[in-house]
Design a protein around this ligand. Structure first.
Ligand code: NAP
Length: 486
């Protein structure tokens, strides 16, 4: 990739001679791009924004987290793309902060940095047997079915993480009939839906061909979703919950006894409109008679896993009934049973990871901050800001990142006005440093070529687009016309 693709553009400050404020944002997911959007509306001083991502393509969890069968949510990408096309904004893909450049070097190259690198890993159950093959994190399955190149390594590529790769997931889901999904948030719904849908119900998505191929060999007939508290306490949004009941040839099973509300659940339903709407959905399902469908999704409330069992791989999950004790904690009440399962997917939330040289609170797994200003050694650190999941934790819908980014950018601009940070005439400094290191970032022209290649590949397969899941495919598409991609 040639360096001119991402060359710094001149400041938009027509007629003004003052140096622009140069801001680097680490992470080209929705939180980083919303921060760029808020910053790009600033004209005095003019701002130059570089959004850096270690992946060759932008959009973060909009591309690699939102389920492929949720096309309307994924289409937020078009709005995000418009921000990346703005004259004051540049995307620098395939650059890893912490490896290609240190935080200190980056901070020296720009006037301010916004950390927007999200929550890079999953939370664990901490129960015996969690390490068994067949037990893994929803985040791994999501990365796989969205075609994240981390999960689809190229032949000969060294394994970068302990996370599962495509061949392992393929083997696991091909051999499985019954899956347990632990957790009752929207990611659990995504996972349950993708695991239970037939491949024919997914071909109109942009899933990579090899993912569809794996899913075509899948023989999962039963998905069990475990909620450690009652149906009033789920984190589901009602639209996504209803969708589970609309999948062809799938019966949804809810035990009516689980819908008897104790006083605290009753209070939740009265105060929380989403919980009340979700209860109506559960009640509807509980009242339905089974249609004799070939596949089933069964919700188990007041149930938690206590052990994952099996010799060489997952064979069953020991589950236990639960209640909330007088101090508000979920506790087991005995009554343990074994639930046959070939897969256990923990969907109990994401977790932020530390980035070398960036302050990190190990208890909250977030970057400590006040209104988006990073706190370093107990004091506000001028020029360092944070937004998105690494700021507030892995909560909220994509749009939540917008108001979050506005708060952070408001703090940053206030600091410009009060003199805490200044424009030091650093325009072009980051590009020079990258060039000295022999690093050629992928910019928006490269993304457009990848985009075109994915659309062309989709057309060949009679689909709207097909995700390129391998890094070598992405890089080949970025550098050339759409030939020789596969
Ligand atoms: P989440 O909404 O925080 O749900 C996590 C679930 O895990 C909760 O039900 C929680 O139960 C449960 N849990 C936590 N620890 C557990 C344990 N040790 N044992 C059993 N259960 C445990 O997280 P998420 O589903 O990963 O979603 C992350 C964010 O992305 C959310 O804001 C979500 O709305 C968003 N998202 C949105 C969409 C969409 O809009 N379509 C799709 C995907 C994700 P407790 O409540 O009892 O702790």
């Amino acid at each position: 990739m040639s360096a001119e693709l991402v060359e710094a553009r001149p400041s938009q400050s027509s007629g003004r001679t003052s140096a622009p404020l140069v801001v680097a944002i680490i992470g080209a997911g929705p939180s980083g791009i919303y921060a760029a959007e808020a910053l790009s509306q600033q004209t005095d001083p003019a701002v130059e924004i570089a959004i850096i991502d270690r992946l060759p393509v932008p959009f973060g969890l909009v591309r690699y987290g939102v389920a492929p069968d949720h096309e309307s949510i994924r289409s937020i990408r078009n709005t995000l793309e418009r921000t990346l096309e703005k004259p004051s904004v540049r995307f620098l893909g395939d650059v890893t902060i912490g490896a290609d450049l240190s935080i200190a070097e980056l901070r020296e190259s720009v006037d301010a940095v916004i950390y927007a690198y999200g929550a890079g890993t999953d939370r664990r159950l901490e129960i015996p047997g969690e390490h068994l093959p067949g037990s893994f994190a929803a985040a791994e399955l999501v990365a796989w079915y969205c075609g994240n190149p981390d999960t689809h390594p190229d032949a000969g590529q060294r394994r970068g993480t302990d996370h599962l790769v495509a061949a392992e997931i393929d083997e696991l889901i091909t051999r499985s009939r019954s899956a347990v999904v632990v957790g009752v948030g929207n990611v659990a719904l995504d996972v349950a839906r993708i695991l239970i849908k037939s491949v024919d119900q997914l071909t109109d998505t942009d899933m990579a061909e090899e993912v569809l191929e794996s899913l075509s060999h899948k023989s999962i007939t039963d998905v069990h979703v475990l909620g450690r508290r009652g149906p009033a306490y789920t984190s589901f949004t009602t639209k996504e919950l209803r969708e589970i009941g609309e999948i062809d040839d799938v019966d949804v099973i809810v035990n009516p006894a689980d819908l008897q509300l104790d006083p605290s659940s009753e209070a939740v339903v009265q105060q929380n409109k989403v919980a009340a709407r979700n209860m109506v959905v559960f009640q509807d399902w509980a009242a339905r008679s089974l249609s004799g469908a070939a596949k089933r999704i069964r919700f188990h409330f007041w149930t938690r896993p206590t052990m994952i069992m099996g010799k060489e791989r997952v064979a069953a999950v020991e589950i236990e009934r639960t209640m909330i004790n007088s101090e508000g904690y979920v506790v087991g009440v005995g009554d343990r049973q074994s639930l046959a399962a070939d897969l256990v997917v923990r969907s109990v939330g994401y977790r932020g990871l530390p980035l070398s040289e960036v302050p990190f609170d190990a208890n909250t797994c977030r970057v400590p901050h006040a209104e988006g200003r990073v706190i370093r050694d107990g004091a506000f650190s001028p020029g360092e800001y944070v937004t998105g999941w690494i700021k507030r934790g892995p909560t909220g819908v994509i749009g939540t990142n917008k108001s979050d980014a506005v708060e952070t950018v408001t703090s940053l601009l206030a600091d410009v006005r009060n003199g805490a940070i200044q424009a030091h005439g650093r325009s072009g400094k980051l590009d020079r440093l990258l060039a000295e290191r022999g690093i050629s970032p992928l910019g928006m022209p490269a993304w457009h070529r990848i985009d075109a290649a994915e659309i062309e590949l989709g057309t060949k397969h009679g689909r709207l687009r097909t995700t390129l899941a391998h890094r070598r495919q992405l890089l080949a598409a970025a550098e050339s016309d759409t030939d020789n991609l596969i």
